[in-house]
Design a protein around this ligand. Sequence first.
Ligand code: SAM
Length: 226
Amino acid sequence: MDSEADDDLILSAYTADSSELFPKILDLHVEDGARIADVTHGTGIFWQNIDLESRDIDLVTADITPKTDDLSMISDCRALPLKDDSLDCMVLDPPYAEGFYRRNKDHMAGHGSHGKFRDTYSGVREYEGSGKYHGAVLHTYFEGGKEAKRVLRDNGTLIIKIMDEVSSNTQELAHIQVTNYYERELDFYTKDLFIQVRKEKPTVVGMNRQVHARKNHSYFLVYKTP
Ligand SMILES: C[S@@+](CC[C@H](N)C(=O)[O-])C[C@H]1O[C@@H](n2cnc3c(N)ncnc32)[C@H](O)[C@@H]1O
C-alpha cells in the first residue's frame, strides 16, 4: 500500500475529539445521500467537520433539551416522532454516566465548576424512566436501540457513542452490555468498534487508593439492522 493510501486508511483507535473521529466513521459506514437522525444532538460536535451538502446528507437533529437554535425537533430518543423505516442511519449519544440520571436535579453530578460539562452532556433534566444508577444509563441505550430498530430501514446503520463506568464500586462495561442487548434482543449485527482516547489527561479529585484504571477512552459502535 502506498503512503497516500496509508493516510486514508481508517483505523479502529484514535486519540482525537469527536469532531475529528466521527467524520471517519461516517465516511466508512454511511453512503452519500443518506437520511440520518442524530437524536441526542447536543451542541452538534459530531457534525462540525462534515459538509452535509457535498455528501447530500439529509440530517434530522433532535434532543430532549435543545442546545442549538436550529434543532429539527425536541424529542426523547426513547419515543421518537419518526415514522417506521424512515431513516438510513441513526446516531445515539445519550449521557453515559449514571450521575446524570437522577430523579432530583440537586442530586445530579456536575455541580459548581463542573456545571458547564453537566449542561453540555446531561441535558440537566430530572430523569424519568426505569432503572436506577447504571441501570438508568442502560435503559436509555436499550430503549434508544429499540427505536432505532423501528425507524431504520432494512440494512440501516445505528452509530452509538458510549463509555464504560465504575458505578457503586462495580465495573460496568457498558459497551459490552449494550452490544449484548442489541445483538441478542434486537438482532443487530455489530459491524464495527472504534476506540476514542481523550487528548487531555484526566483530573484526579480526592482519591486515596486507586482500585480501577481511570478511564480515558470511549467507544463508537456501528450496528446494522437485520
Ligand atoms: C453526551 S451529550 C451529546 C453530545 C453530542 N453528541 C454533541 O455532539 O454535542 C448527551 C445529549 O443527550 C441529550 N439527552 C439526554 N437524555 C435524552 C433523551 N432521553 N432523549 C434525547 N436526548 C437526550 C442531552 O440533552 C444531551 O444533549
